[in-house]
Ligand binder design. Sequence first.
Ligand code: FAD
Ligand code: SF4
Length: 493
Amino acid sequence: MGKATGFMEYTRQNPQDRDPLARVSDWKEYSSPFSDKLLSQQRARCMDCATPFCHMGSEIQGMTTGCPIHNLIPEWNDLVYRERWKEALDRLLKTNNFPEFTGRVCPAPCEGSCTVAISDPAVTIKSIERTIVEKGFANGWITPRIPEKRTGKKIAIIGSGPAGLASADQLNQAGHNVTVYERSDRAGGLLIYGIPNMKLEKDIVVRRIQLLTKEGIDFVTNTEVGKDISTEELQNQFDAVILCTGAQKQRDLMLEGREVKGIHFAMDYLTTTTKSLLDSNFEDGQFIDTKGKDVIVIGGGDTGADCVATAIRQNCRSVVQFGKHPKLPTSRTSENMWPAYPNVFTLEYAYEEAEAKFGDDPREYSIQTKKIVTDEKEHVKELHTIQMKKIKDEYGKYYYKEIPGSEKIWPSQLVFIAIGFEGTEQPLLAQFDVATTNQKIAAAYGDYKTNIEGIFAAGDARRGQSLIVWAINEGREVAREVDCYLMGSSVLP
Ligand SMILES: Cc1cc2nc3c(=O)[nH]c(=O)nc-3n(C[C@H](O)[C@H](O)[C@H](O)COP(=O)(O)OP(=O)(O)OC[C@H]3O[C@@H](n4cnc5c(N)ncnc54)[C@H](O)[C@@H]3O)c2cc1C
Ligand code: SF4
């Protein structure tokens, strides 16, 4: 344990994010690393509570509790307190292939179940994780680890998101020859095209892909399996195949007028914005521009929040985000006690920026879109909405009821649909003849085998749209299963 009384002496303080008004004029990361002074106090707050709920990584009330990759948090907190950074890095890399991603954009379910958080704000676990890995890069401790022996076994991984990258990393270290196929022009999955640059700068992703390439992994981009290379070819060439194709099939808005101009899927908006930024710093004009427009984002989740922050950076005239659910309470309720993930109101980066720029939180709660109205050019002109009331029925089930008289008209020239994802795209699965359940690949957690011999599945493609940390967890675990399948046993964790 670092400092025995640290959690009593110091209050939680996260690194100060960049000023909201200043940061919306660029696309750089909004968050900042720890200063040395702040870190020296924050690292002393871990109480080494003996039963570290922070790394249990399970689900309570349908939400993640603790770290799904079981990061050895109290151990590295102690090493950081003692300034034994290299050892802290070694402990961190034992369980996490990519702390530079999770240390920036993980929602940190570990912090919700931190024992200090029973009575005080949690230890700043995520920011400490980021500091450890960035010190590792800055000090040159993270260098290519080239396997000494090769097994001669060949594995194809389809999809280069965090699940594909984690399984590739593990299997390469086990000595297998790994090829990762990616249909996009850049490897990284949603780490590149999905999560916006201001949350995770793309240099960070490229740095990791370059490292993995030096370690011997072959990345084949601009190649859609099932189209540019057949599934038969792949099965003939490789000893095992892992499907890490994500769950990017977007849920659509079932409303008359959906097809009119000016209404787009959130992912089309986010993807083209990042691609244009990376390709040409927006010189090519190949993106949806919200400049001077009244923007409405339909969907109250994180993807919607990323659209809000993107529109603000493009100088939209106004932005509103519609959510189906009521506003969350400011503190835990009796139904959401520790160590469950705290289901409470937070002011995420996008909303902080909207408040700074427009003086208001852009979120509208318990609201439903009823009608799309267009102008004479068949372009969206306004949305008509109604407020909803969440009611518990006699069996304890919730349902929504419209509130008469709460109708409202919202002018808008651009609408983004961010109401979630239905599952993984199906055509490739049909070609492999892989079975599905609820539009996800049917393969059990912990086993990852599909119904087809030698074909495995992991990440969002198997579990549905989730988190980077779960994708890393599944990528690591599927690697061990594939290693066992090919070699009869595995040394992988
Ligand atoms: C807008 C947005 C923001 C998010 N923000 C966060 C966040 O802040 N924190 C967090 O923890 N999680 C976040 N998530 C969720 C997180 O990004 C995903 O859970 C995670 O990326 C899933 O990893 P994956 O490897 O399973 O799939 P993905 O990252 O979706 O990667 C799948 C890859 O497979 C490729 N592919 C599909 N089919 C083929 C084919 N036939 N041939 C070749 N390639 C193919 C795709 O092009 C894609 O690159 C966010 C998601 C979205 C949509
Ligand atoms: S990966 Fe996420 S849950 Fe795990 S320690 Fe880091 S921030 Fe916490």
